[in-house]
Design a protein around this ligand. Structure first.
Ligand code: PLP
Length: 368
């Protein structure tokens, strides 16, 4: 079996000790298991720098999108409206979710290489007083651009709107003080910066806002309030729990603590990201996102000018040498992406850059 490391933003490369935790078939209804679930919830509150009872946690089966869909379809009521701020595919997915559920929404779109503007958001809110909720993505994994949730959070607070943030690819890998940022619902998943395996998402919510959502959900299995009501009692999942994933996640949280918490992990990711970008630039690969708008999680690169590159060929070349990169997700430019999160270190970035260098030399000499 070919073994390679993932330079994709989830699923990502996990440690052997996280994977080993999945060798147990755990019972779901006994106290041991319920305690693990409750302990995970407590640890997530700590990572978000919030406390009970003001904030609470819901774990939701499924990938990250299930978490986003759960929040949007459970908390925006029939006579309420959502402003969706988008500068990438994940923002657009929120609009898709609202469309499917028949939720009233307004979509404010920016080009993929721009940050949404707080001034523009304020204008839209003034022109559309029917808006009750705002949702946006923190780190847009589509391009790697980092959005300013602080500024928009301030506006949401000032104008008394519920603020929903998809921090799927940043939570655990960047410091996000949820309360200080005025966030009411923040969503992430097991297989991103906490470095677990895929299988569930988690939502940290302002408790009063969650309680207000009772009875609003359009879906049975994604009903955020009902999921919380069962889980918050004693840690029992409402429907079959992804037991192996939960055990792996619990271990991943322990390893995050051992690494030195979010601060240490963020530093490692930033160093990986900086090394990658600096070295790729030297080799003639221009990043799609400019300067300080670039987040520390994933980077989109253009191919160097004058070299005909095809993604699948480059992908296979790199994969055979131990790493999996990611295709671009832009509709109008030929790009590829490299993630630098997961159990990935500077040494991996160095190895990757050397492989790409070799590949480009081969291309230039027409050997590949
Ligand atoms: C990964 C990700 C998601 C969720 O995607 P899934 O494929 O459902 O796990 C949502 N938003 C962002 C920003 C992401 O990076």
């Amino acid at each position: 079996m070919l073994n390679y490391k993932l330079l994709t933003p989830g699923p990502l490369t996990t440690t052997d000790s996280v994977k080993e935790k999945m060798m147990v078939d755990h019972c779901t209804w006994d106290d041991d298991y319920k305690k693990i679930t409750l302990s995970i919830c407590d640890k997530l509150l700590n990572l978000a720098k919030v406390e009970k009872p003001e904030y609470t946690v819901v774990l939701m089966q499924g990938s990250g999108t299930f978490g986003v869909e759960s929040v949007i379809t459970s908390v925006v009521g029939k006579d309420e409206a959502l402003l969706i701020i988008s500068n990438g595919a994940y923002g657009e997915r929120m609009a898709d979710i609202a469309e499917h559920a028949g939720i009233s929404y307004i979509l404010y779109k920016e080009p993929y290489n721009n940050q949404p503007s707080a001034t523009k958001v304020e204008e839209i809110l003034k022109e559309n007083p029917q808006i009750t909720h705002i949702s946006m993505v923190h780190n847009e994994t589509t391009s790697g651009v980092l959005n300013d949730i602080e500024k928009i959070g301030q506006i949401a607070k000032k104008m008394n709107k519920t603020f929903i943030v998809d921090a799927m690819s940043s939570f655990g890998g960047m410091d996000i003080p949820v309360k200080d940022l005025g966030i009411d619902f923040i969503i992430s998943s097991a297989n991103k910066c906490i470095q677990g395996v895929p299988g569930f998402s988690f939502i940290i919510c302002k408790t009063d806002k969650l309680l207000e959502s009772e009875g609003k959900a359009r879906s049975l299995s994604l009903d955020l309030y009902d999921q919380w009501k069962t889980m918050s009692k004693d840690g029992k999942w409402r429907f079959t729990s992804p037991t192996h994933v939960v055990l792996a996640f619990w271990q991943a949280l322990k390893e995050l603590e051992e690494e030195g918490g979010i601060q240490a992990r963020a530093k490692r990711y930033e160093e990986n990201n900086k090394y990658l970008i600096d070295t790729m630039k030297e080799m003639g690969f221009k990043p799609f996102i400019e300067g300080n708008l670039q987040g520390p999680i994933i980077t989109t690169f253009y191919y160097p000018e004058g070299v005909e590159c095809e993604f699948s060929e480059m992908y296979n070349y790199i994969k055979e040498r131990g790493y999996a990169i990611y295709p671009g997700k832009l509709t109008d430019a030929n790009t590829f992406r490299v993630g630098n999160i997961g159990e990935i270190y500077i040494d991996d970035m160095k190895k990757l850059c050397n492989i790409i260098k070799e590949y480009m030399e081969g291309k230039r000499k027409n050997e590949i």
